[in-house]
Design a protein around this ligand. Structure first.
Ligand SMILES: Cc1ncc(COP(=O)(O)O)c(C=O)c1O
Length: 403
């Protein structure tokens, strides 16, 4: 290694260790499901109740879905071999996009290789340097990176604070009226479910404000698809209200495959095919992955009871934690944050829980604000009440003891 690289990387890693933000990966020895085996620091395998997965409906390890994906590999091979606009666009990609559009009740859909790429590529295609973007302060990193890439002027509003959103829109309108620049395109963008807090964007109010202030409205349904609404269609189904201009989602969480999507009017998806760099300049996802995502989405469509089981589990778990004296609210999503505050303490509690067979990671700065470290519990449709009660009692004990 060169001296410059050595010094630079060592300094960065030492700083991360010193402020408790050093990250390392845990090795999982079994597929993603509600109960898993992990490699412990002493090298032994240990069974854990998994309360940390984004595979909310627990579809990653379902026999019929695995077999369908294996069949798609046999039929379509291991890779796509080209970008979507060259040779990569295969029948499974098209079928997936048609099904997403139907599932989301939109005219059309376009897929990306990840949800991250969907956000980055959509925001940077829709807005340029003379435009305005209004962004919730707790939006996901992929939204923030999309905004940076667009070079638009970004106005961050306080989390879920609709009065503050209106304030920053007025401020932005005033600044442009006083300048010689042309009228900007204006985009409000928000997570549908906030990934570290589990709370929901206020869609009815956002729709009203977007309409009144002539802004486009974009929501990121990464943690909403398959989770919110009676049948898992997402935030609009949850509130029973109109759809937004641009709906982004991921196929990697409740859908338990890989990829991201944008659903909306056909003209929007055609625009993105022509203008979105993270769609154009990359090899298409493997056709078997597209087929798996489509099969899994069809499965969700045919099994709304999974979505209901997930809701029931969230309620059971939050009630159990409250009975045990842990300070949590009933989460409207599958994410239940247990805020600890101090980074080192959150890490210690998470390690202690792991020793006792409960896997909940500590989430720290920079993923959440400094001093807001938390255990981020996420529920699955298949957890049993017995597992959840056991977990709630052990968590309560660890939080009380502070280690
Ligand atoms: C809110 C949100 N948006 C987008 C993403 C990115 O999705 P993907 O994992 O498919 O890249 C994530 C998480 O990874 C997320 O939490």
């Amino acid at each position: 290694m060169s001296r410059i690289l050595d010094i630079f990387t060592k300094d960065a890693l030492e700083a991360a260790r010193a402020n408790n933000t050093y990250r390392s990966m845990r090795l999982m020895e079994t597929p993603e499901s509600s109960c898993v085996k992990i490699r412990m620091p002493d090298g032994a395998s240990q069974e854990q109740i998994l309360l940390a997965s984004n595979s909310y409906l627990d579809l990653a390890n379902v026999d019929e879905l695995k077999q369908a994906m294996a069949q798609a590999v046999l039929e379509w091979g291991t890779g796509s071999g080209g970008a979507r606009l060259t040779t990569g666009n295969k029948s499974p990609h098209q079928e997936l996009e048609e099904f997403i559009a139907k599932f989301k009740g939109e005219e059309s859909a376009i897929t990306f290789n990840t949800g991250y790429m969907a956000n980055v590529g959509t925001i940077s295609a829709l807005c340029g340097k003379n435009d305005f973007i209004f962004s919730d302060e707790l939006n996901h990193a992929s939204i923030i990176d999309g905004i940076r890439l667009s070079r638009a002027k970004c106005f961050v509003y306080k989390h879920n604070d609709m009065a503050d959103l209106q304030r920053v829109i007025q401020e932005a309108d005033k600044s442009r009226a006083e300048s010689a620049l042309p009228a900007p395109r204006k985009l409000i963008v928000t997570d549908a479910v906030f990934s570290m807090d589990g709370d929901l964007a206020n869609l009815p109010e956002l729709l009203r404000i977007a309409h009144e202030s002539e802004c486009l409205l974009m929501i990121d349904e990464a943690h909403a698809t398959g989770v919110l609404g009676k049948t898992g269609r997402g935030l609009a189904e949850h509130y029973g209200c109109a759809h937004v201009d641009v709906t982004v989602g991921t196929l990697s969480k409740a859908v338990a495959a890989e990829g991201g999507f944008v659903a909306g009017p056909k003209q929007l998806t055609e625009f993105l095919k022509n203008k979105s760099r993270s769609f154009i300049f990359t090899t298409a996802m493997a056709p078997a992955v597209a087929a798996a995502a489509c099969n899994n989405l069809r499965y969700i469509d045919a099994h709304p009871e999974r979505v209901q089981n997930l809701r029931d589990n969230v309620k059971f778990f939050c009630d159990a934690l409250q009975r045990e004296g842990v300070n949590v609210e009933l989460s409207p999503s599958a994410i239940v944050p247990i805020v600890i505050g101090d980074e080192a303490k959150a890490m210690q509690i998470s390690a202690k829980l792991q020793e006792q067979g409960i896997l909940i990671p500590a989430i720290r700065y920079p993923t959440v604000a400094k001093g807001q470290a938390r255990l981020r519990a996420s529920l699955m449709a298949t957890h049993t009440h017995e597992q959840l009660q056991t977990a709630a009692s052990i968590i309560a004990q660890a939080v009380k003891e502070g280690v």
